[in-house]
Design a protein around this ligand. Structure first.
Ligand SMILES: [Fe+2]
Length: 407
């Protein structure tokens, strides 16, 4: 199965001649892929392993080979000429439009193409797709700011003339620029202005912080469209994916950071109940609102003062509650707690500004290193907390969609 290309590409590529066969693609599954694809392609470009080899000029485009392990032969296509260019289709091909405009014309016979008398004409904008099958007579023209991705099955020699190093560098630079723009803009639509209006939460008064935070979370929990936009933007806005973490306690997405940096909104999910027994505090005050699932929440009182490291022997239970969907509370940075969550618990969470250099956990009750998240880079050591990968983000988003927490 593909990991870089959207799943529907494969469905289009394998369509047979059987007239009773039409690819089963839900139109809603063919949207929202552009920013993700741009991010993944950029990460491949960043490896620096792609050169002019295998890239060529044909059919009005510079074709830049993208080597995708276990995926069909794929090229980024940068327009190299104005006007309509004939396209002899030698194998089933799928085109994903990334930027700019493209026009496609299909002809019954070659003679029609020579006099530009199409029998089908179609204009495409960004984030659209089409497949064209072998021996179809067609041609395309693209705007100068266009970029598209061509995938072919099975591997076929397309001909064309090899690109020089300079031609490759110029086209690759242009493609990278466009992909970078797509990554940043694909999902940036209309983050609700009310989030921009929230007052500063850098306040020592926990009652005030609770009041404002819980108002925010209450409003956000009722606004699935905004929640969806914020989740989608994690992949496209600077810093959001790096701030989204896989930790020994749970996974979380960083949905929003206030312009004055006085608070961050997170979405917590995928708890690891076996690790959540460890009593701990945080570097910041926070407020939380349970969306699904629930947990027993134990707030503990320290008997050794309110600062620095502690052990289980320094703690006494103080307040114990059963948190259910709709529950909400705020906790100061000095307070120790445990939240052993039911498996499908999802919570909204607001963290305030940092109040101390580091948080603490009862050292004698720390989960063993074997239970910590595996390193994102093979060979590295497990960490208590690390940034989520793109694939982990996609898993979290899928999880939220399946549970209808987002659209
Ligand atoms: Fe906690």
């Amino acid at each position: 199965m593909t990991t870089v290309l959207p799943a529907f590409v494969q469905q289009l590529l394998v369509q047979s001649k059987n007239p009773a066969e039409v690819p089963q693609i839900d139109p809603s599954h063919a949207e929202g892929w552009l920013g993700i694809l741009a991010s993944k392609l950029l990460s491949i470009f960043d490896t620096g392993t792609y050169r002019a080899g295998g890239s060529f000029l044909a059919h009005g485009y510079a074709h830049l080979l993208i080597e995708l392990p276990d995926e069909p032969t794929t090229y980024l296509r940068v327009p190299a000429q104005a006007g309509l260019a004939p396209w002899p289709v030698l194998a089933t091909s799928v085109v994903l439009t990334i930027a700019g405009a493209m026009e496609l014309e299909m002809y019954q016979e070659v003679a029609n193409s020579l006099v530009l008398q199409p029998h089908y004409a179609r204009a495409f904008g960004p984030e659209q797709v089409f497949a064209v099958h072998r021996d179809t007579f067609c041609g395309t023209r693209s705007s100068v700011d266009a970029l598209n991705l061509l995938t072919i099955a099975p591997p076929t020699e397309l001909g064309g003339s090899p690109l020089t190093g300079d031609e490759y560098a110029s086209a690759a630079h242009r493609a990278r620029e466009i992909l970078d723009q797509c990554r940043g803009e694909a999902f940036v639509k209309n983050t609700a202005p009310w989030l921009m209006q929230v007052p500063c939460l850098d306040m020592p008064d926990l009652t005030y912080v609770q009041h404002v935070s819980l108002s925010i979370l209450d409003r956000l929990s009722a606004d699935r469209n905004l929640l969806t936009t914020l989740v989608d933007e994690v992949l496209t806005l600077p810093g959001r994916l790096a701030a989204s973490r896989v930790t020994l306690l749970l996974n979380r997405l960083s949905l929003w950071e206030a312009p004055d940096h006085s608070f961050e909104i997170r979405l917590n999910m995928n708890p690891r109940p076996e690790n959540q027994l460890v009593p701990h505090d945080h570097c910041y005050a926070f407020a939380t609102h349970v969306l699904t699932g629930g947990y027993v929440h134990v707030v503990r009182r320290r008997t050794d003062g309110w600062e620095g490291p502690f052990t289980g022997a320094d703690l006494q239970p103080a307040i114990v509650t059963v948190e259910r969907p709709g529950s909400a509370y705020a906790l100061d940075h000095s307070v120790v707690h445990q939240a052993v969550m039911a498996p499908h618990t999802v919570t909204l969470f607001i963290r305030g500004p940092r109040r101390k250099a580091s948080s603490h956990a009862a050292e004698d009750l720390m989960p063993p290193e074997q239970s910590w998240p595996e390193a994102a880079v093979p060979g590295n050591q497990p960490a208590q907390s690390r940034s989520a990968t793109v694939d982990e983000y996609l898993m979290m988003r899928r999880y939220l969609r399946e549970r209808r927490i987002i659209n």
